[in-house]
Design a binder for this molecule. Structure first.
Ligand code: SAM
Length: 241
């Protein structure tokens, strides 16, 4: 049975991501937030997943709101967050304006069309302060090509068996991860995760169609300029005046 993305993967997500250094990732996000020369900034994390980054940042940001499309992902952690909102990043429901909006781990690659990506940028723009910053990372072609073999795997976590089948269609720019999950009672469900791997240049083109400009575009986890050959690029956007 085909089910909604992250409805069941939520149960094994921490296991799938066990080799990811979220502390380092959170430290990088914190450094990016310091581009805003202001104390006590208000923060919105898009597509926060199971709150792995938030676990490290919650004490750094007092006014911190998290959101994700998957209710199961939001329910999979506590961290005593008052502000966990179940919503789509292309239609953010916030009236409040934030100083700093960010997203991690190629969440924005889930937006499959240019129209959806631009809709997300416009949605963020409408809830970002004039001098605020929006930063997100994108997974590029090189990441799909180099890491495909690690993403074809099988395992078991807390009585749940899973198989991940990963493929990349370079022509269609689609990276697909199919998860077959067999629950404790033997029932099996499938989630079909499709992510769009736009070219490096496409991102600049899409951003130019909005009220944002690219303040910086770095090779992820650094402050060196990114290139089309990077596996992951970190965009830092500001609003045009
Ligand atoms: C690869 S996970 C990353 C989660 C988290 N940011 C992390 O670093 O572990 C992608 C997340 O994006 C969320 N997501 C995908 N499309 C979304 C959308 N349109 N609106 C909000 N969240 C979305 C998924 O539910 C999932 O939690």
């Amino acid at each position: 049975m085909l089910v909604k993305n992250y409805s069941n993967v939520a149960r094994i997500y921490s296991h799938l991501m066990r080799s990811i250094d979220y502390k380092m990732w959170a430290t990088y996000i914190l450094k990016l937030s310091r581009i805003i020369k202001k104390k006590n900034i208000s923060v919105l994390e898009l597509a926060c997943g199971s709150g792995e980054v938030a676990g490290y940042l919650r004490k750094k940001f007092i006014d911190y709101t998290l959101c994700d499309l998957s209710l199961q992902m939001l329910l999979s952690f506590d961290h005593q967050f008052a502000n966990k909102i179940n919503c789509d990043i292309t239609a953010l429901p916030f009236k409040q304006k934030f100083d700093f909006v960010f997203s991690t781990f190629d969440s924005v690659n889930y937006l499959l069309t240019k129209a959806a990506f631009i809709k997300m940028l416009n949605s963020v723009e409408s809830c970002l302060e004039q001098n605020g910053i929006f930063t997100f990372d994108v997974s590029l072609v090189e990441n799909s090509l180099r890491n495909l073999k690690h993403l074809n795997r099988k395992g078991e976590f807390r009585g749940i068996k899973y198989q991940q089948i990963s493929s990349f269609n370079r022509v269609k720019q689609i990276h697909q991860n199919k998860f077959v999950i067999t629950c404790e009672d033997g029932s099996a469900v499938t989630e079909n995760h499709r992510q769009r791997v736009f070219s490096f240049e496409d991102y600049f083109d899409m951003i130019s169609k909005t009220k944002f400009y690219v303040y910086g575009c770095y090779e992820a986890f650094s402050f060196s300029n990114a290139s089309p050959k990077c596996e992951r690029a970190q965009f830092v956007l500001k609003k045009r005046n």
